[in-house]
Design a protein around this ligand. Sequence first.
Ligand SMILES: [Mg+2]
Length: 300
Amino acid sequence: MQLTASPKFGFLIDMDGVLYRGTELIPGADRFIRELCKRDIPFRFLTNNSQRTRRDVVARLARLGLEVEDRHVFTSAMATARFLAQQKPGGTAYVIGEGGLLTALHQHGYAVVDHAPDYVVVGEGRTFNLELVEAAVRMILGGAKLIATNMDPNCPTQNGLRPGCGAMVAMLETATGVKAFSVGKPSPVMMRAARKDLWLPTDETCMIGDTMETDILGGAQLGFHTVLVLSGGTKAEDLPRYAYRPDVVVPSIAELADMMDVCDWCPPWRTTPAKAAPSSMVFSSTTFEDLPVAAMSTKQ
Ligand SMILES: [Mg+2]
């Protein structure tokens, strides 16, 4: 029997530092996404930010010139709500977070309460204050389980950094002595759920991201192909400190589009580096072989 359908592959794409920085689109991001849409290559935007609903994210991307649909967005809020609905259907949650998280929990049959919840759930937001923390501490000590949408310590902004969800969760962990369960990247809970949303097997899924500790670590743990872009928080000179590595390193998503052009948008891992790599691309196999082994094993 002859197989005629071309094999599918697809991308999970981090947003901040890959598609945009602050309010500025990263050059080439719009072309990359247009090509994926034109060629019917499946993709999801994978963000740890639980603040916005997928509709909010789509509207924000449209302002930047990226035209996508709700189904293309997968947030840590969605992953958290799905996870809790599996763990305890119809449960209750006290939420420190905003619309994206509240909406996702409601959509998955959760009631948001302020007394004796099953879970205390923490996400991104600007409404964080000590009153909320004090209430959450009492609930956790009373038996509520502590869930974090993600443990990112900080998030980049136009003005530098703002404290991330992980920083707020650390306050609750310290006050209660209870460790949070985190659902967002690099947790396999979110990475696997996003891959299943693409309807693709592990070895046909590629994670594109700018952060080693979340995007690349999560991708590597799940067995996805990984592409690190240097347009966000990671510099090429940082890479030797990590015990794991991306498959491919590119200056930005624009160079990944150039690489995909060379092989007519076939999966990059099915082409040889010599054929696929423009001069601006760094393949980790050649990058890391030249590095001292001891220097690569210091950071997990
Ligand atoms: Mg990022």
